[in-house]
Design a protein. Structure first.
Lengths: 327, 531
């Protein structure tokens, strides 16, 4: 039975469209739920998402204190003496220090009016004072209020622009209703990914935006493959009902969808396991997005075309079920 | 499609040679690399600061302050000019960004207008940098032309970059990159172990140095009662003797008159000091001032703070001097660096700082390598399992060449590889496989539709092509947007993704094509092994 590709049936006849109503219902519920958790509680600027310092400003410090162990109590006192907001302090484990005795990280907000870059110098001096001159700071990230606002605006703008460009590209390469189908699928994927980030309390940062943009690219990629086949089959089988053409196209591209999805998830799985903490969230979001992108090409993008109808050869565009009966 | 034209074969061979040649330096130890012949490429992957460790600083030049300074200076100029011309005036002050003044005698408005018009300078374009307009009630309004202000701000940013560069070079930071961003920002990237806080101190200080006389015309009691003589000011002091001194506003000598400054040790106390030398103008002025004021104190002021306030023991005429204060060797050295490099034209604030220790960066590289290899090998295994040794093998070869090409292109273009960039790299490999899968699946479809092997292969390629292009253009679009709006690591990710998409399409389409054509020619198969 090798190569494995031979195990896949030559031709599948799943009736995808048959389940489109149910899938549509589930999708709408998931989208509403995700929107709710993304926005609620509406704390600026990130709403329900756990805002990283990229977008709300602030400071993250990681430090190592070996040979002295971390003195969390004294460090906490030193931090509170600095008039900082939202102070978090915790020890963390590394490969060489599994007991989390010598490594700690802190994040805090600098009060308005004082320069965070200057404050971080004082905090470092205070921590070095407690733990001795061997204290090293392995990571320092300071994002001032001006920059965080810009990063946030730019991030959202990038997402919006990406979706708009995709719409234009698909419109240009296919027909407008294909574009709407693809963009609906994109919104679906992006909103659900936001929902995941909100529910899992993952940090929302610049890297997250990069992950979401990549998901947009992948989701489009997947939708385009299905649409391409759909367009071809629409020309080939002029008399076949739209519903059946859609089923046929999805079935024909199914083996590709599965193989590509699997390779992507395999590759990202390696990243999630071996890539360390920094890439764990990133690869998890992307895996989720790839699964979503596959689902949405089948159950969001295609059914929208079914609802809207397409122009086929000489015929007029005839929607299967017109949304309104008056024309 | 399957006709093996010569250019296709040449292109494939050339790309393989290119890939191997430019990837090789990354695998060789630095010592071997240095011994390679001159024609051999030596560039290696350019690791981002998150991988090699180092500091990223985003600085903003305070242009608002610059505008305000200019306005204050203009008010003083107006006052001086009108006084010199003996024109009586009132209500001199700032209104918004402009300066207005009311001339008391209506007959003198014209004279005042002409006099004040002479205050404007020419811009690079030849136009005046300031306009003077008459308003009712005998008022004159002086406004800077917006373009002139912008030119001046741009000049200040350029000058700041130059001074930052000098300061960092003096510190001995290796390969710093200092670039302008937007209208008034400067990005400093310093790889390596350097202490970011010291870097920030050295970059961020304005370093405006002045020597001012200490004003002892009032007693400390009078001073405490708030009697500050006109022309004097109270400045805080760090000399360890007094928390503040009353000093005359007028500077005897300024930092621009220095020609050199070096850290040294005081011969008597062996405490760290800074030795400096004046230019001829500075030496003359300092000589005169010290001759006239023996026995009095003067203050050495850096950025509105007094470093020390020594008593003048004797006239200092040689042009050499020494600053002693509360210094460590490092802080004395930093001050010498600042004085040599010159003062910044405007205040700089650090708006963003990202520092990663070299050790943490090395850990990230290790994790990135492991996960790339694991991801890569699992994709290779999966392809062989899915499509068999032959067709799976073809895509494995294409994928390997693709990997070489990505590393080669990234080394040649010196694109920055960041940690998210590694993730982009892995995803790219998966997308590269997609092109192969699309082609193979299309071939299977065509065989199923009853075509012969050769025509199924032909059709598989030509039909899959448009899908492959469409699908990859979308990824490139997403990457372009990231490049436009992203910063730092995200840009690195976008770059890696774009390079990867282009090399993948190239290798998946062209290399697979040549391999399939070679196979078909030698074997003349009757069936496809994947169908």
């Amino acid at each position: 039975m090798w190569p494995l590709i031979k195990i896949l049936p030559v031709q599948t006849h799943f009736r995808f469209v048959h389940w489109a109503r149910l899938a549509g219902f589930l999708s709408i519920v998931a989208v509403i739920g995700s929107l709710f958790f993304t926005i609620w509680p509406a704390t600026p600027p990130c709403g329900g998402l756990t805002c990283g310092i990229d977008f709300k400003g602030g400071t993250v410090l990681e430090f190592a204190t070996a040979p002295k162990p971390v003195n969390l109590g004294a460090a906490r006192q030193a931090l509170s003496a600095q008039r900082l907001g939202d102070v978090q302090l915790q020890a963390f484990a590394t490969a060489e220090d599994p007991g989390a005795r010598f490594h700690a990280m802190t994040r805090f907000q600098t009060p308005a009016g004082s320069n965070p870059a200057v404050t971080v110098q004082q905090v470092k001096a205070a921590l070095t004072g407690i733990h001795g001159p061997t204290t090293t700071f392995s990571r320092t990230e300071v994002v001032g209020p001006k920059v965080s606002g810009e990063l946030f605006r730019n991030g959202l703008m990038a997402l919006g622009l990406a979706i708009l460009l995709m719409l234009i590209y698909i419109w240009f390469r296919f027909e407008l209703q294909f574009g709407f189908g693809a963009v609906a699928a994109l919104f679906h994927d992006v909103i659900l990914t936001f929902g995941l980030i909100a529910v899992t309390r993952m940090e929302f940062s610049l890297t997250t935006i990069a992950a979401i943009l990549t998901i947009i690219g992948y989701s489009m990629n997947d939708t385009v493959v299905v649409f391409d086949r759909l367009r071809e089959n629409l020309r080939k089988y002029k008399k076949m009902p739209l519903r059946e053409v859609i089923d046929l196209s999805i079935n024909e591209t199914l083996s590709r969808t599965i193989i590509t999805g699997l390779t992507a998830i395999l590759a990202l799985g390696g990243l999630a396991i071996f890539g360390g903490e920094a890439l764990f969230g990133f690869s998890l979001i992307m895996m989720f997005g790839i699964a979503l992108g596959t689902y949405s090409s089948i159950y969001v993008a295609a059914p929208i075309i079914l609802l809207w109808g397409v122009k086929r050869g000489e015929e007029e565009a005839v929607p299967l079920k017109p949304a309104t009966s008056t024309r | 499609m399957l006709n093996l034209s010569r250019w296709k074969v040449i292109l494939v061979i050339a790309s393989v040679i290119f890939g191997i040649l430019f990837t090789l330096p990354n695998l060789l130890p630095a010592g071997t690399r240095a011994q390679l012949p001159g024609w051999f490429p030596k560039q290696t992957l350019n690791l981002g600061l998150d991988l090699q460790g180092g500091s990223y600083l985003l600085l903003e030049v305070d242009t608002a302050e610059l505008r305000k300074d200019k306005q204050v200076a203009l008010i003083e100029d107006v006052r001086k000019t009108l006084r010199e011309d003996q024109i009586e005036f009132a209500d001199l002050g700032a209104v918004g960004g402009d300066v207005t003044v009311r001339v008391i005698d209506p007959a003198e408005v014209d004279t005042a207008y002409t006099a004040l018009s002479r205050l404007s300078n020419r811009m690079a374009s030849g136009a005046a940098d300031m306009t003077v307009t008459r308003t009712p009630d005998q008022r004159l309004r002086l406004a800077f032309v917006e373009q002139a202000l912008r030119e001046q701000e741009a000049g200040a940013v350029d000058q700041s970059i130059e001074i930052i560069r000098r300061r960092i070079d003096e510190l001995g930071t290796k390969e710093p990159s200092i670039t302008r961003q937007g209208a008034n920002r400067v990005v400093v990237q310093a790889p390596g172990e350097s202490d970011p806080e010291r870097l920030k101190n050295v970059i961020g200080q304005t370093a405006k140095l002045t020597f001012q006389m200490v004003d002892d015309s009032v007693t400390p009691q009078e001073l405490a009662a708030g009697r500050i003589p006109p022309g004097s000011e109270v400045l805080p002091s760090t000399d360890g003797y007094s928390p503040a001194y009353l000093v005359k506003r007028r500077a005897l000598v300024t930092g621009e008159m220095l020609t050199d400054a070096r850290q040294s040790n005081d011969p008597q106390t062996s405490a760290p000091v800074v030795n400096f030398r004046f230019n001829s103008q500075g030496a003359r002025r300092f000589g005169e001032a010290t001759t006239q004021n023996i026995g009095k104190r003067f203050a050495i002021v850096l950025d509105e703070k007094i470093i020390s306030a020594p008593v003048i023991q004797s006239a200092i005429v040689g042009g050499n001097g020494q600053i002693s204060g509360n210094f460590t060797i490092e802080s004395a050295n930093d001050l010498a660096v600042l004085l040599r490099a010159g003062a910044l034209p405007a205040r700089l604030t650090v708006e963003e700082q990202r520092t990663v220790g070299a050790e943490l960066g090395a850990d990230a590289v290790k994790a990135g390598m492991t996960s790339t290899i694991v991801g890569f090998v699992s994709i290779l295994l999966f392809m062989i399992l899915a499509y068999g040794l032959l067709f799976g093998g073809f895509s494995v070869i294409a994928l390997l060449i693709n990997g070489l090409l990505i590393i080669a292109v990234m080394s040649v273009t010196q694109a920055t590889l960041t940690l998210p960039g590694i993730a982009g790299l892995i995803l790219t490999l998966a997308v590269a496989v997609d092109a192969n899968v699309l082609i193979y699946e299309r071939m299977r479809d065509e065989v199923r539709a009853g075509r012969t092997v050769i025509s199924a292969m032909e059709a598989g390629f030509s039909r899959a092509m448009s899908t492959i292009i469409d699908a990859n253009v979308t990824t490139i679009l997403a990457a372009l947007i990231m490049f436009q709006f992203g910063s730092g690591p995200v840009r690195g990710f976008a770059w890696t993704l774009s390079i990867g998409v282009i090399t993948s399409v190239f290798s998946a389409v062209l290399i697979t094509q040549v391999l399939l054509a070679l196979w078909f020619r030698s074997r003349r198969p009757k069936t496809l092994p994947i169908a």
